[in-house]
Every structure is written in C-alpha cells, then in structure tokens.
Design a protein around this ligand. Sequence first.
Ligand SMILES: C[S@@+](CC[C@H](N)C(=O)[O-])C[C@H]1O[C@@H](n2cnc3c(N)ncnc32)[C@H](O)[C@@H]1O
Length: 468
Amino acid sequence: MTIDTRVAAAAQLALDLDAPPVLPILSIAPEWKDQARLWGPALHPMCSYLASFPAALAHAFVGRYSRRGDVVLDPFSGRGTTVLQACAEGRIGVGNDLNPLAHLLTASKVEPATPAEAATRLAALRIGWAASSAEWLTLAAAVLADSGDAPTIPVPAARQGATTPTERVETVPPEVAVAFHPRTLAQLLYVRTALRRDDRVDRFLAAAITGILHGKSASYLSELMPNTFSMAPRYVRDFAARTAFASPDRDVFGGLEKKLARLHREALPRTPGIALLGDARDSAGRTRLALRERGLPERARLVVTSPPYLRVVKYGYYNWLRTWFLGEDARAIDAALDDAHHREPYLVFLREVLADLRTILADDAVVVLVIGDVETDRGRPLKGAVGLAERVWERAAEPEGYRLAGVALDDVAAGRKMTKLWGTEAGQATKTDRILVLGATEAGRRRALAGAGTPIDWDWPPKGLRSI
Ligand SMILES: C[S@@+](CC[C@H](N)C(=O)[O-])C[C@H]1O[C@@H](n2cnc3c(N)ncnc32)[C@H](O)[C@@H]1O
C-alpha cells in the first residue's frame, strides 16, 4: 500500500465511521405536494413567514394521528400552521415559539377576532385617525425631512400592552421612513401606538397589518420590497436613493379592510387554541399550565413541528420592517433564537427540546419532525446538513427514549438520489424535506405505523363548514 492509498483508506474509514445510520422509510404518500398553493383555512396566509411548511402537510398528519378533542402541539410554531390546522379540524392546537412575530401570528390565528369585532375596531381606528390625522401627518413630514443616517425626530413608541407607558419615544430608522408614502407612514405611526398586543382583537388587526406591510402589488402598503422577507436595510436605502423611489399613497385602513375580508372569507376555526411565547427547551411546563387553566386534557397525542434550520434563516433580520411596526428589536430576536447553530450544538439543543417535550406526551403520542432542507452550495452539501434527520434520530431522539417509526420523504427527496447532490446538480441549491416520525413509546410507534396508510380527505373547506 502506498502512502496515498493508505491516506485514502483512512479518509474512507473516517467517512464510514461518521456515516449517518440508514433509517427505515415510512410509506406516507406526500399528497400535500399535490394540493393547491393556498390549500386550507383562509387564516393561514395571514403573513408570509420564512421556512413555514404548507397547511396541507400539517393536515396529512393531523388527519392521520389525532382525533377531535386531542391536544396537538407545535413547540416551534412559526406562523402557526400546525396549530391553526389542528384547531380548524376540531383539535386543541397549542403552539409555542420564542419569536414575538411568530407568537403574534400564531395567537391571532388560534384566537382570532370575529368579523364583527374586527369591523368595530377598524371603525374606531378610523375615527381616531380622523380626529388626530393633522398631528400625525405633521410628524410624518418631519420624520421624512429628517431622514438622514442619524434621525433625531422623536415619535411615540409602538404600544405593547395596557401597561406600556405612553410617553416612550424613539426615532424612525431611515430605511423605514423611505419605504412609505408620507400619509401611509403617518397612519402607521398612529396605528402602532393604538393597537394593544395583549388584546385579542387588536392583536388580530396588528397581525393582519404585518401581512400587508410590504409586497409588489397594490394590496401592500409599501412596494419597496417583496412580501416574503425584508431586504438588507443598507441595500434598501441605496436602492431607494438610486432610483428616487417614491412609494404610492396607500391607505392603511382601506388595505386592512380588504385584508380582513380575505381572512374572514370562511368560518373561523372550530376550536380555540393556545399560543405561548418562550423557549422550546422548557415549553412543556407552560403548556401543561395553560391546558390546566382551561380545564383541558394535559397530554398531547400529536406533535407536528419543524425545528429551526441549520444557519439558514434570521427571523429578526429578514423581518425588520415588520418588527419595527410591532416595536420589537430585530437584533434581539436573532440573538435569542436558535437558528444559527452548527450541527453539534444543534443536536444538543434538539435533544433538550425532545427531553422536555416527552414529559407532556401521551403514551401513544406520535411526534412528527420536519427536518429542514439539505442545502448544497455549488454542488457541495452545506457542512453538517446531509443526513441531519438521521443524526437527529441517533443523537437527540433515541437517547431520550423515543421509538422510531421511520422517515417519510417528500417526492423531491425520493426522486433525487443523495449521490446526485455531489455531481449533476452542482451549482444548485437542493431541497430535501425529511420527516422523522417517532412514537413517544412503543405504543406511539405502533400507532404511527398503523396510521401511515390511512386515506386522507383533501376537500377544503370540509363539507358543513359554511362560509360567513
Ligand atoms: C422552521 S420555523 C417553523 C415554521 C412553522 N412550521 C410554520 O409553518 O410556520 C422554526 C421556528 O423555530 C423558532 N425558534 C427558534 N429557536 C427557538 C427556541 N429556542 N424556542 C422556540 N422557538 C424557536 C423560530 O422563531 C421559528 O419560528
């Protein structure tokens, strides 16, 4: 053996030793891929949210692995997809997330305002605006005149709750000021001091506004950026200066009214759910308490969740205009979330989450983990991302006593052999959703296996759910 072949053999051995385990495939047809883009309850598309999964995916598992009245959990609820779908199907959806934007969206979907409540509040906002618009317009004009790199004009801070001191002031970042027509900016400055996030109806209206804040059509309040995410603030400022960008005059109240009509175009979810704000590592205690306070069953029969991705999404940074509207600090959000881990700390993090979760699961609970995309960079997989689902099983779930039913693949993954990632797809980013299906105990594993073949009804709205 030459030195070269010995080095190659050692490298191969190291690779083999580090190879992820091969998991059994759970045969669940990815029918969610065949559904219309906006399949499901009308509240789902309230606001764009990066890395959310489709409502149809949640339905595929809620329909198979839970019954009416069961508790369905999502410790990383994002914009509330699992939780809303569960509530719409008569389950008790409980969502938790550490991101205040995610909490707002989840809460507004599982405890929504009725059409009458929303219309009444909107009317009150219009009256308030009519009475004070001159002041707000003057303030917005001053902000726009002052929008250099270091703004000085104080404006009232966004209101959070009943106890927020009303005298708190702040300045408007130049990238925010430049995004809006002067009247739109004036209306937003007024509305964000009026809406209380601890009030169910106000929260619903605030969430609806985050959904129309920016996008490339007449339904959005600013056309400066696409709807999916906020572009880098510096880029936005440069772009606006270079193109002499002037946002069209968009009426916040008119835009909100139309958005509310879209959200209310079908009946609201059948059962109310629960939205919690906090770390997934200790969400079980909060969940138990919230269920107990409402006299509801304290054990979950199903978890459908998608943990944060490896180093891909920054929820604060990519939502800075929405966080400004809500009075949240985008940097603080990113510092708190677990979206920036390398593989090893990520696995430790998930193990802690799964350990905590187990304490609140029914014996026959099924746990569905949608493990994020495998990204390739110029044909080379993102470090640590290949085989992540397998690693999560091996290093986070199995040591905590979960039982493995298998891994369900979507058709993208099934159609592309992993080896292809290295060759023919060089230069493209590759998406591969891997869905780990676990049992809390052997009873849960058996239920997961037995339910895999259950046919799913894809009619939406289901028969009998009338529009209002
Ligand atoms: C992939 S997203 C979930 C998207 C969700 N399935 C949906 O459809 O909208 C992951 C979520 O984990 C949240 N997150 C990150 N670190 C967290 C932590 N330590 N505790 C709770 N949530 C966290 C992020 O805010 C994000 O909403």
